[in-house]
Design a protein around this ligand. Structure first.
Ligand code: SAM
Ligand code: SF4
Length: 479
């Protein structure tokens, strides 16, 4: 043990994550940055030496939650608990000064997503009494400075993992804060992504979801200094032995290049499920949203995708009540949903985001109209999602078996279409992909029967132990 590590006192960090998968990934990387400095993750703020709120700014309620959590933390401090409080993520980036002012005395550090590799230094400054505010976009590459997770830690995180390959966005949709909070679009170099992916796979990860606010705009440099698109990156990842599945999210329709669509034809590890938000079915609204594609462009893109991969299931995001949205515009959204037929969908009421062009538009839609439209849209997409589940009954789907199920003898897994699948199977099959006959469909999951099963292919003793350890941890969490 070195002099340095022997002096480190064990401490606990509680990171509360709001919002999207990119924040889930970032929270893990913050934990990785803190681990060499003696911080162990804890599941409760009651015994934490450091509490970090990793915030989301995409809709109004998301940032309100942060202020109410800061109030709760202030009460704990008033009761005599001693811990540092940090606010990270997109609310910190967008409203850093406002938080520092409004939550004076309740928060010690406010820092944006590009500063996570500096966290140990920020903590030292806060401990010295400084109110730390770090919301610039630093020029150094944070990914180069963030330490890799310890293999044991990676193993404890399970069989599926997120991997951020792209950050920021240059599209400037008029409703969206991402270009302001996450900055200009950047892509991680191919070799950096491959190295992180190999570490994850060595630790037992079987499925990777590549993340980016606009992930299909990925254009990372390879070892020869050439630019690689997302399709090429997926091809390189598919060469990693032991990696069974690759997904990516979230994509912009205009960035579905021929190269990426072709990858869906040729790369068996790319799953036939694509999240491709359209937001609205009305050309007038798409124009006002600055989406840079029309309804017809979107539908043509889906045709091209399905020509390459006929079993592709679609998922989408929809916003109702964007300024100026008429009944006819909303009807066009319902009709595009009917035309595409979604396997899953995420629906939102438009939320005014200060600083975005949408906030200054006339014709803001009254709340009750938004509520009514959201309910109608939800009814339609829920029916489609259930219908998609039912359409899988009688099919044999490859299921990645991930963890023990709710009942004894049961396992839980995921279909290629990201559906939760329950089936009876022995625990030793956790971590393998098995053909499963789907025999039933509920509201949120499907049920299957294993057809024949292959024993874990070449699984090493370490991997088998890892699967068993994950299974045991899952059981403990359930109790
Ligand atoms: N890059 C993706 C795209 O181009 O569609 C979207 C990523 S965004 C982080 C996730 C989703 O949040 C969007 O697809 C949109 O439906 C929703 N969203 C973003 N801003 C919103 C706002 N101001 N009000 C309501 N929903 C919003
Ligand atoms: Fe936001 Fe996506 Fe539009 Fe970028 S492309 S501005 S992330 S909605």
């Amino acid at each position: 043990m070195t002099q340095e590590t022997s002096e480190i006192q064990p401490k606990r960090v509680f990171i509360k994550t709001y919002g999207c998968q990119m924040n889930v990934y970032d929270s893990d990387r913050m934990a990785d940055a803190l681990a060499p400095h003696g911080y162990q993750p804890t599941q409760t703020m009651d015994d934490a030496d450091l509490v970090v709120l990793n915030t989301c700014h995409i809709r109004e309620k998301a940032s309100e939650k942060v202020f109410s959590e800061l109030g709760r933390l202030a009460e704990l401090r008033a009761e005599g608990r001693n811990f540092l409080v940090g606010v990270a993520g997109c609310v910190a980036q967008a409203e850093g000064e406002e938080i520092a002012r409004r939550a004076k005395g309740r928060v010690d550090m406010v820092f944006g997503p590009q500063s996570y590799h500096r966290l140990p230094d920020l903590i030292a400054r806060a401990q010295a009494g400084e109110m730390v505010l770090e919301t610039e976009f630093p020029t150094e590459d944070k990914f180069e400075h963030l330490p890799a997770a310890n293999p044991k830690v990676n193993r404890s995180r399970g069989l599926t993992a997120f991997l951020t390959v792209q950050e920021g966005c240059d599209k400037f949709c008029s409703f969206c804060v991402v270009p302001y909070t996450r900055g200009a679009e950047t892509s991680r170099p191919v070799e950096q992504v491959l190295a992180e992916a190999r570490n994850l796979v060595e630790a037992g990860v079987r499925e990777l979801t590549l993340l980016g606010q606009n992930v299909n705009a990925y254009h990372g440099l390879d070892a020869r200094g050439r630019t690689a698109g997302l399709g090429e990156l997926c091809a390189r990842l598919a060469e990693i032995e032991g990696l069974a599945r690759i997904r990516y999210t979230t994509s912009h329709p205009s960035d579905m290049t021929d190269e990426l669509i072709e990858a869906h034809r040729t790369n068996d590890k790319l799953m036939p499920y694509l999240h491709l938000p359209v937001q609205s079915g009305s050309d007038a609204i798409l124009k006002a949203m600055n989406r840079r594609h029309s309804r017809a462009d979107y539908l043509r893109t889906i045709e091209r995708i399905k020509a390459a991969r006929p079993d592709m299931a679609m998922s989408g995001d929809f916003i109702v009540g964007f300024p100026g949205e008429t009944d006819a515009d909303f009807e066009a959204t319902l009709s595009i949903v009917r035309e595409v037929g979604y396997a899953s969908a995420f629906t939102f009421k438009y939320s005014v985001r200060p600083g975005t062009p949408g906030a200054d538009m006339d014709d803001q839609i009254p709340e009750d109209v938004k509520t009514e439209r959201l309910a109608a849209l939800n009814e339609l997409v829920t029916a489609q999602m259930r219908g998609f589940g039912r359409s899988c009954v009688g099919r044999t789907l490859d299921v990645l078996l991930e963890k023990p199920g709710r009942l004894p003898g049961q396992l839980g897994g995921r279909s290629p279409y990201l559906q939760a699948v329950h089936l009876e199977a022995p625990e030793r099959l956790i971590g393998t992909v098995q053909p499963v006959l789907i025999v039933g469909a509920g509201n949120n999951s499907i049920e299957g029967k294993i057809v024949t099963h292959a024993e874990p292919k070449g699984a090493s003793v370490i991997e088998s132990q890892a699967f068993a350890a994950i299974a045991a941890a899952e059981r403990e969490n359930r109790v």
